[in-house]
Design a protein around this ligand. Sequence first.
Ligand code: NAD
Ligand code: MG
Length: 483
Amino acid sequence: MPTFEYAPAPESRAVVDIASSHGLFIGGEFVEATGGKPFKTVNPATEEVLSEVSEATADDVDAAVRAARTAYTRVWSRMSGADRGKYLYRIARIIQERARELAVLETLDNGKPIKESRDVDVPLVAAHFFYHAGWADKLEYASLGSNPRGIGVVGQVIPWNFPLLMLAWKVAPALATGNTVVLKPAETTPLTALAFAEICRQADLPPGVVNIVTGAGATGQAIVDHPGVDKLAFTGSTGVGKMIARSIAGTRKRATLELGGKGANIVFDDAAMDQAIEGIVTGIFFNQGHVCCAGSRLLVQENVVDEVLRRLKRRLGTLRVGDPMDKNTDVGAINSKAQLDRITELAGVGEAEGAERWDSGCDLPTSGYWFRPTVFSGVSQSSRIAQEEIFGPVVSVLTFRTPGEAVAKANNTPYGLSAGIWTEKGSRILWMADQLRAGVVWANTFNKFDPTSPFGGYKESGYGREGGRHGLEAYVSTGQETT
Ligand code: NAD
Ligand code: MG
């Protein structure tokens, strides 16, 4: 199929001013780290170094936890919900005002298309703050139990795939319920979290309510291990989630874990085929497939698999892969060399295990980290590419004959984060949604996010929910309990 030639439509980089080095945000001030080894964050589309970032040591984490404790006892836990809400509304409005700058910064540091950071990530970030601002003075009415209030100091560790959005998922409910925060962004994408620190200052948020410490696994571990942290919220890999669960066992710390996934996107023969093809594309090629709830296993009813594969490949041939700053780009850069290596390795395993490999054959830029949208068909249930999370633009296609077989195959995974169903039959949607062991089930759509809707996993995809009224539960203590 011929593709239209599009002239380049580059977003301007001039809307952001990136400092050459960054400190830590502790107690409302940007401070120097006490001795960690600074590290560089790069633009994965060009390998250009964007900035040098501090590595927070255990001492820095201790200073951040102390600042958060002081802010909690002296200010934040004493403030009325209505007043906390005002700060959250203010933050939400500043995010909207600075939306373009934040979208450009996110795309430069992460590699995702500007179209997505501009139209999905940043608007959802603002929406999360607006939504939780609304709850701050209504916690009594949220069916959380009597006398709902904050727990204390919350330690939060987030991944690189939706850097600012994962920050919003963590910080907005924590603040709305009266907690203070020490947050660590991922080491490859720290810049929007540091911009958020500036936004906290701009909003006159009391010092110490939000503290941002940068660094890698060791810094995250220092947050997990700190005795002054009352609750942990982690989003990332299942491996690290298990380590966190082990390190806090026997302590009084609470935790919510949002981990990996291997979501099944299930297409029946009666599905509206054009919409289903778009849903498959959104399900696995959105954000280069770096999505924990991606529809990375495509289950297609056997009698339509040839048609689905033919249409899907034709559609993938029209995706524009390349410069994330171009407004026409559909698929951007892989976030890091390490992630590219992992995707490449698992794709090799898929081939070695006998699945049929196809990619769109599109041209790729010569510098940066890239992977072509890839389809594996004829994948068996036991294949590693059907079981393990690839976290890249790679879909594994399996077939089924009956709804029962679709459910059995969809549930045959250690994970349970998301699933999708494509069918015109309403009763089948309800039956399937009931049978699928997944935290989110989308019907005739995929990868739809909304702050009012709880999100989270079954089994090794973690525990606890984020978003909606349910998401507040993780951040409150009730009744007579004291901290
Ligand atoms: P990762 O687990 O390696 O890192 C996530 C975060 O944890 C980073 O900030 C990292 O620095 C930190 N970290 C690493 N080791 C740590 C330790 N020992 N103690 C404390 N913190 C530590 O994962 P990643 O490669 O950054 O992200 C990809 C993974 O995250 C995928 O498996 C994906 O499914 C998962 N993910 C899940 C969700 C969800 O909502 N369930 C969302 C996004 C990503
Ligand atoms: Mg980066």
